[in-house]
Design a protein around this ligand. Structure first.
Ligand code: PEP
Length: 269
């Protein structure tokens, strides 16, 4: 493994989507917090639904206090509004995520782009708002199947990245993350092969480097799309893949644990 890759601690983030919003979420957060003690070379983040954020954060704090303080699982929002406050019924602000114990936020997930019409400009505005509030963004990019089949993968990903690059550059010290998530691989059981994923990750690293060498060196680029325990090592072993954004397999501690353990084994070898 290159020294530059080694300098980026692997990040494994679980996006629970619209699952585990109550007591089961608190239990899962506790199980992930206990798992964290077994994978010290990996940073773990969980993104519960809004209704479980504060309780999950409390659970992770309690587990961290009972063990080694440096293995606290971080909490992420799955989305947020770009405004700090206002008449936006049903929305949640960066300040509210912060108040609920979040230190991270997932932005521009393909389900937000596809089903809720989020544009590149909206994702950029949210990214700015997240940094302003002290939340670290995981900005998602990725092409649809039609875009891949038409040979437009790199063009689409570059367009999505270009929208947020100036914001990421302005906040280079915060070391945000980017998640490359091919839309055709999300929740489908099909994942990009390591070579296919690495091609896009290397391109993203190159575009970051064209903006700033520090930005390229510090930004963790996660892969997302049907990551499971049995394919995690192949993906995470690639030179430019620094972790995973996990949907389905993050919904129980055993399958999430298998991915985290694969990342830990690679990072400690
Ligand atoms: C996701 O939604 O970010 C995701 C990667 O989902 P899955 O792992 O289920 O494909």
């Amino acid at each position: 493994m290159s020294n530059e890759k080694k300098s980026r601690k692997p990040l494994v983030a679980g996006n629970w989507k619209m699952h585990h919003g109550g007591l089961s979420g608190v239990e899962l957060a506790g199980a992930v917090a206990r798992l964290a003690r077994e994978v010290p070379h990996v940073e773990l983040v969980i993104a519960p639904p809004y209704t479980a954020l504060a309780a999950a954060a409390h659970e992770c704090d309690a587990e961290a206090a009972g063990g080694r303080g440096d293995v606290r699982v971080a909490i992420a929002g799955q989305n947020m509004h770009a405004s700090h406050t206002g008449a936006f019924t049903g929305e949640i602000s960066s300040a509210m995520l912060k108040d609920s114990g979040c230190t991270w936020v997932i932005l521009g997930h393909s389900e937000r782009r596809q089903h809720f019409g989020e544009t590149d400009a909206a994702v950029a505005a949210k990214t700015t708002a997240a940094f302003k509030q002290g939340l670290v963004p995981i900005v998602c990019v990725g092409e649809t199947l039609a875009e891949r089949e038409a040979g437009h993968t790199l063009e689409v990903v570059k367009r999505q990245l270009d929208a947020v690059l100036p914001v990421l550059h302005a906040h280079v010290a915060t070391a945000a993350a980017i998640a490359y998530e091919p839309v055709w691989a999300i929740g489908t059981g099909k994942h990009a092969g390591p070579a296919e994923a690495e091609e896009v990750h290397a391109a993203i690293r190159g575009w970051l480097a064209a903006t700033s060498a520090t930005l390229a060196a510090q930004t963790r680029i996660l892969y997302g799309g049907s990551v499971k325990g049995d394919n995690a090592a192949g993906l995470l072993g690639c030179p430019n893949i620094d972790g995973a954004l996990v949907g389905g397999a993050s919904l129980d501690a055993v399958s999430f644990g298998a991915i985290a353990r694969a990342a830990d084994a690679l990072a400690s070898s």
